[in-house]
Design a protein around this ligand. Structure first.
Ligand SMILES: [Zn+2]
Length: 441
C-alpha cells in the first residue's frame, strides 16, 4: 500500500510565501532589530558608529545591508572579559537569559551563546521546519547521535519534540547502542554527521551487518560539509539503503537553520523570518547577489534575536545557491555547502576545497575507499602546485600508477588544480566518528 505523505511533512504557510513577500516582512523586522541594537548592544553601537552609521535610520533597511560592516567571530571574542564573559554584543539582562550554550570545536577563550526564551523558541521553530522538510513527521521513529549537552546542536533536538516524532536520543560515539537500537527498535531515520554515517557503512561491512537491509529509510546528516557531495552521498545512500538529506546551522546564529527537502536539491532556509542570508566573496568581503548558481561565503543576520543578536556574521561556510522553484512548494533560495572557507586553499590563483577533491576522488570507487587527506606544503592559504593529496585505496586493493595518474588528470580537468596523488593502503587515513579532517595542518 503506498504511503501517503503525512501533513506534517508539508511546508507551513510561512515557507511558501514568495521570497519577495518574505523580504518585505523581514525588512521591518530588520529595522526593528537595528533599533534594538542601537539601544542595547554596545558592540554594534560602537561598530556601526565607527562605520559612519550613527543611528538605526542611517543604517537603512535590508536593501542597504551590504553597506554595513561584516562581523567576525574574533571581534566578538576580543570584547569578552571576566566581567562580561559573553561579550559586549550582549543585549539582554541576566534575568532574561534562559540558556547559555558553548561553541563546539573552538579553541582558546570560549565564546558563549546566550538565549532568551523567545530566541530559544525561534531556534526550535526554525530547526523543526528544517527537519520536517526532510520528511520526518509525527509518528516517525528517529534516532539522534548528538549530545544534548553544552553545544548548540543539542538545542536542535527539541525540534523533534515540536514535530512530534518518537525520539531515541543516543548521543555521540555510542556505536554498539546505535546498532542495537537500529536492530531492535527499527527506527525510520537516523540523525548523524556524514562522517559517522560513512564510518558506520565501513564498520557494518566489516561486521557482517546488513545496514542497507535495516528499517532505516532516511539519513539526516549535518555538522560538517559533505552530505551534499553527489559521489559521497551516493555511497551513503547505497550503504544504508536510505535517502540522505542534509541540514546546516552555525553555532552563533542557530542550529539546523537550513534543511533539505525530499527533492534533495539543496537546503531550504528553515529559519526564514528569523535570519537573513547573504553571500560575499571571502577574499574581498564584497556582496554577491543571491542568484541561481551564485557561490560565496554565507553571511547571516539575526532578524528577531534578543540575547546577543549578530549582524552580517561571517559563517565561513562556502555555499552554492539555487533559486529554481522546488517541487516541495517551499520558496526562497536553497544552498549546498561546498566547504569551509577556512579549509579553502588557493593553488596558483584557483580556489580549491578539500571536499571538492574528495568528491572527485570518490568517483573512482570501488578502486578507492573515499578517504583523502590534502597535505598543504605552505602554511598559508596560497599554495604552489602540485598540491599533495593522499588517496586511500579500497580494502584489498594494491597501488596502481595508472589509477594515480587518472585521479591526477581528473583533478586537473575538473578543479583546474595540479595535484601530486599518493595512493595509500586501506585503513591508513584517520576515521572519525564525528567530523572528518580533510586537510593536514
Ligand atoms: Zn524543496
Amino acid at each position: 500500500m503506498p504511503r501517503t505523505r503525512p501533513p506534517e511533512a508539508l511546508p507551513d504557510e510561512s515557507e511558501t510565501r514568495t521570497w519577495a513577500e518574505q523580504l518585505a516582512a523581514d525588512d521591518s523586522a530588520y529595522r526593528a532589530q537595528l533599533t534594538y541594537l542601537f539601544e542595547r548592544s554596545a558592540f554594534y553601537r560602537d561598530k556601526l558608529t565607527a562605520a559612519g552609521l550613527g543611528s538605526a535610520v542611517a543604517a537603512g533597511g535590508l536593501g542597504e545591508i551590504a553597506g554595513l560592516p561584516l562581523t567576525e567571530k574574533n571581534e566578538i571574542r576580543a570584547t569578552c572579559s571576566r566581567d562580561n564573559p559573553i561579550g559586549s554584543h550582549l543585549c539582554a539582562a541576566a534575568a532574561e537569559i534562559v540558556r547559555i550554550h558553548s561553541p563546539s570545536g573552538t579553541t582558546g577563550t570560549p565564546s558563549y551563546i546566550p538565549l532568551t526564551a523567545s530566541d530559544l523558541d525561534n531556534w526550535v521553530t526554525g530547526s523543526a521546519r528544517s527537519y520536517a522538510a526532510s520528511g520526518v513527521a509525527a509518528g516517525s521513529r528517529v534516532v539522534t547521535t548528538y549530545n544534548a549537552g553544552p553545544f548548540v546542536a543539542g538545542a536542535a533536538l527539541a525540534a523533534l519534540d515540536r514535530i512530534g516524532v518518537s525520539h531515541i536520543p543516543l548521543g555521540t560515539g555510542n556505536r554498539e547502542q546505535l546498532m542495537l537500537a537500529i536492530d531492535l527498535l527499527k527506527p525510520d531515520a537516523v540523525v548523524l554527521t556524514p562522517s559517522y554515517a560513512a564510518y558506520l557503512v565501513e564498520w557494518a561491512a566489516g561486521h557482517a551487518m546488513d545496514l542497507a537491509g535495516s528499517s532505516v529509510t532516511r539519513l539526516l546528516v549535518a555538522g560538517e560539509p559533505g552530505g551534499g557531495e553527489p559521489a559521497f552521498r551516493a555511497k551513503l545512500e547505497e550503504g544504508w539503503g536510505a535517502t540522505v538529506t542534509e541540514a546546516m546551522g552555525i553555532g552563533d546564529i542557530g542550529p539546523s537553520l537550513w534543511g533539505e527537502c525530499e527533492e534533495q536539491d539543496g537546503m531550504h532556509l528553515g529559519a526564514r523570518g528569523f535570519v537573513h542570508p547573504e553571500l560575499i566573496e571571502p577574499e574581498t568581503g564584497r556582496a554577491v547577489d543571491l542568484e541561481d548558481g551564485a557561490s560565496g561565503e554565507l553571511v547571516l543576520t539575526h532578524l528577531r534575536h534578543r540575547a546577543a543578536p549578530l549582524l552580517r556574521f561571517r559563517t565561513r561556510d562556502h555555499v552554492q545557491v539555487r533559486t529554481s522553484p522546488c517541487a516541495c512548494g517551499r520558496t526562497g533560495p536553497r544552498v549546498r555547502c561546498i566547504g569551509r572557507t577556512d579549509d579553502m586553499l588557493i593553488v596558483r590563483g584557483v580556489n580549491v576545497f578539500p571536499s571538492a577533491v574528495r568528491e572527485i576522488v570518490s568517483a573512482f570507487a570501488p578502486a578507492v575507499s573515499g578517504h583523502i587527506l590534502v597535505k598543504p606544503r605552505d602554511t598559508g592559504v596560497k599554495q604552489e602546485p602540485p598540491l599533495p593529496v593522499s588517496v586511500e585505496l579500497a580494502r584489498g586493493a594494491s597501488p596502481d600508477d595508472s589509477l594515480a595518474e587518472a585521479i591526477r588528470e581528473r583533478l586537473r580537468n575538473v578543479l583546474v588544480v595540479q595535484a601530486h596523488v599518493e595512493l595509500v593502503p586501506w585503513g591508513s587515513l584517520e576515521r572519525s566518528e564525528y567530523k572528518s579532517r580533510l586537510v593536514q595542518r
